[in-house]
Ligand binder design. Sequence first.
Ligand SMILES: [Zn+2]
Ligand SMILES: [Zn+2]
Length: 108
Amino acid sequence: MSEPIHSTPRQPVRMCATCEVITDQPVLIRSIEQGSGPGWSLYACADCAPTYLTTAEAFQLLMDHVGVCRICMETDQPTEACTTARTLIRVHRSCYRNDAQGPVSPKA
Ligand SMILES: [Zn+2]
Ligand SMILES: [Zn+2]
């Protein structure tokens, strides 16, 4: 028997700007815009992204994703179905935790 040929879609892999690990779940941490021509984007892995982002920015990334992602739109459980959403939620949670360790005390 011959094996069927799979055409696996390639994950958009990026290198983390901090630890230089190649990740298939890159988180956009910064868009650099140039006056002329296209700018470029800086990505980080899920572990490093919280050091770049505020809680609000991480939440915005999650919302931006959910707004354009078919998988997330079609499910009530994006954390189960969509790995990107899962990554962004994890990043958001880490940011939130970083905030909580600061002078702002968590809700009593
Ligand atoms: Zn990293
Ligand atoms: Zn999604």
